[in-house]
Design a binder for this molecule. Sequence first.
Ligand SMILES: [Zn+2]
Length: 313
Amino acid sequence: MAWYPGAQKLELQPESDAQPAIIPTQLIFHSIAAPWTPARTYEYWRETNLESHFGLGYDGSLAQYIGTQTRADANYQANRRPDGTGAVSVESASNMDATDPWSPAQVEALIRLGVWVHQQHSIPLRICRTAADPGYGYHRLFPEWSAGGTACPGDARVRQFHDVVFPGIVARATGQTPAPTPPEFDVPYTLGEYTGTTVSLPPNIWTTLTLGRLDLVAGAQSYTATAYLTVKAPVGGVLQGRFYHHRADGSRWDGPIVERATTDGSSFVDFTHAGSISTGETARFEITYAPANATDTAPATITAARARGLYWK
Ligand SMILES: [Zn+2]
């Protein structure tokens, strides 16, 4: 039996062991006429002798109750035909009348599942032409798929099947459109570096700082970063800082310069940049100091430095 890695496994017994094997040749979409989570649908299937292979929540969460090479009883004669072929079924949360459209998260989850059954079970990328024809369909498409007829999955979702879901499966499976970055992979990495190493800044020279590390952001696509510095220098001087992108061939892209004035005692200054970064580039930070008195040759002194930020790979 096959379990979809994109779904939470909530195995239904005794059906999972007791029901006969199928060769999956179809994927049939349903609405369950209840706004249920996959876990709630699992509870419901445990109380009945019906079940689908998959259950889909409004938020796109998906559970699998039975392996796709085992019969599930949601599509009447399509569950398992005399030749051993059968349909994989997916129930989806809906309103009580099954009149609402699939949510964007449901559409995306159905497209992904549709691509997986194509790859896993070689289900052909077409809409079923007859009740036993391999391909994709929705519950009411053929009377043989329900005992006594059904409106499932509802008019709005039948339209979405034709306009969005099935074309989306075809496009994704044939590589015509890339999969969007799923939200769960959008969690950023954290930049958090500190150094108490003293650094001298001679006047009017750009100095690249090692804020715990030289390459503050590497192997990323975008980032936001701030350098927080504690600086000792006479009041009235100017600190200019900027992030830049360093490339392997030694060339660079310079970010905008940010300017801060030195104050009495220690100065606490910050420099922020947010940007995107190309493959192979790293983000570094550099600073230059201009004393209040142009003839002053004494360096400013950095006594502590922090780098804080977020970046996305
Ligand atoms: Zn149905």
